[in-house]
Design a protein around this ligand. Sequence first.
Ligand SMILES: [Zn+2]
Length: 245
Amino acid sequence: MLRQTLSAMFIAFAALCLQSFTLVIDAGHGGKDPGALGRRGKEKNINLAVAKALGQLVESNMPDVKVVYTRKSDVFVELDERARIANRAKADLFVSIHTNALPGRAQGRGSETYTLGMHRAADNLAVAKRENSVITLERDYESRYEGFDPSSAESYIIFELMQDVNMQQSVRLAQLVQRQLRAAGRPDKGVHQAGFLVLRATSMPSCLIELGYITTPAEEDYLLSDAGTRQLAKAIYEAIRQYKN
Ligand SMILES: [Zn+2]
């Protein structure tokens, strides 16, 4: 009996030691923050479904990878807490999952992946502003984010002064994600840089994926389908596997 207990303990210990790589999966939005809205879907639910499917794929196929989620249910998590979870876990990789939206009747199709960087293009600034605006739902956001105003272009200039040592690896990861999504048949909206608060505070390679457009009916149907969830999760999983190897 003691021998069995000891060998069970040894196996558990060995499995822990094998987990030499920590992946943080961040499902964007949640709780009181629904994110972008479609006709019938909410961004927060799409992000969570893909995040969980991705985590399951990694957990069952990559035993050396420890998966940490910033949320596993419909709860509100502040942006800087998401980054703190990753930093505390000493994560090797941070992947934030989001769903895109366009104003009015504008139609968009496809997936795009962002790394932290300068907001040279006005449309990148629009995406960053929308994803960052959640902080206005948080308490004391002005002091906690050092006066950062998510709606002001000037606030984003600070990003130009910040050196991202993980930039090259982040861009490599983003390229792999886009390649896999393209192989899965998603229109390729490319790799971009923008000033996302959730990426700014993480101290490891990171990217933010916009899965597709919830405001385009055909895209929303795909994003809400089980097949869509599985396909998107599989593509991101393949990219992470390639990145790690
Ligand atoms: Zn979002």
